[in-house]
Design a protein around this ligand. Sequence first.
Ligand code: F6R
Length: 337
Amino acid sequence: MSGTLKNHHANRQMEAWLNSLSGQITEALATGRQFAKRHPFAAIRKVLFYGMGGSAIGGDVLRAVMADRSGVLFSVYRQGRWSRWADEDTLVIFSSYSGNTWEMIDVFHKAARSRVRLLVVTSGGRLAEIAQAANVPCLKIPSGMPPRCALGYLTFSLLPVMEKVGGFKIPAGELKELLAVLQKAPKALAKRLAVKLKDRSIHLYTVSGFMEPAAARWRAEIAENAKMLASHHLLPEMFHNEIEGWQYPRWAVKRSAAVFLTDKEDAPVLRRKIRAAMQLIHKAGALAVEVPSKGKSRLARLFSLISVGDWTSYELALRNGADPVAIPAISAIKRVS
Ligand code: F6R
């Protein structure tokens, strides 16, 4: 296949996967509810979520939900080291879409020798095999897509388990609103943003708390889909250090963009500080843009930002002439043992 034709095919595939998010959520909730009935995981006080890359973002989302609705501690570990604090009150979740990520397999063996409770979410691979051999509950999700495109499956198949563990229930109305927000792809906004952000290095900022996962997701999607560097940092912390960095090298600042992912619950004082920071960044010769969340419930608003980021990264890939599906550098590093 010629380069252009190959990209055309990859573009169509990526669009289909991006459009599948709400369908994934509906399907995943049904799978998760059945699974949660069979595996109630009683008396859990801590959750330790292991995952890398696209399989870790679901952990960030669930951590935000748990912090919002329950007293259960929830940590996300993006690494292959075993944690000493996990004990018999801890549910350790291994999330790996392929099931072949070495960090997960390594830690799984250590976790299986400890007193923790275990749960695996994967589409198959080695992790599914070793979970089965060790009699560990395994939430199987459909295979055949890039892990980062399976965000709906990876997050929402676990939500019913988290509801049981945390003793809460997300109201049906909120889930309905979430699906409604995702029904309409934010293509026009994504195109406008991509036009502004093309040829710039991108720095994402969001207020610490529920919307945090959106900034991490934007950074990862921009790198993996558009093959562009992006960073993310949190507010108000950024006002205490990184804001000074918007000065040198001048040529780099002029070719950079600050994207503030904002939410209606951002405190008024933070909104004023965001405006001041945008002015400083603009004065330094960079681009400063704001992308506000949309929707009523926090979950819908978080996913409205995630969805704009996913589509913007795709639009940037188109403008860069990059294949939004292929991840040759990630694969090359994976082959290094
Ligand atoms: C690829 C992607 C990567 C992977 C990561 C871990 O689409 O998003 O960030 O998620 O390399 O692999 P898995 O998810 O298979 O454990």
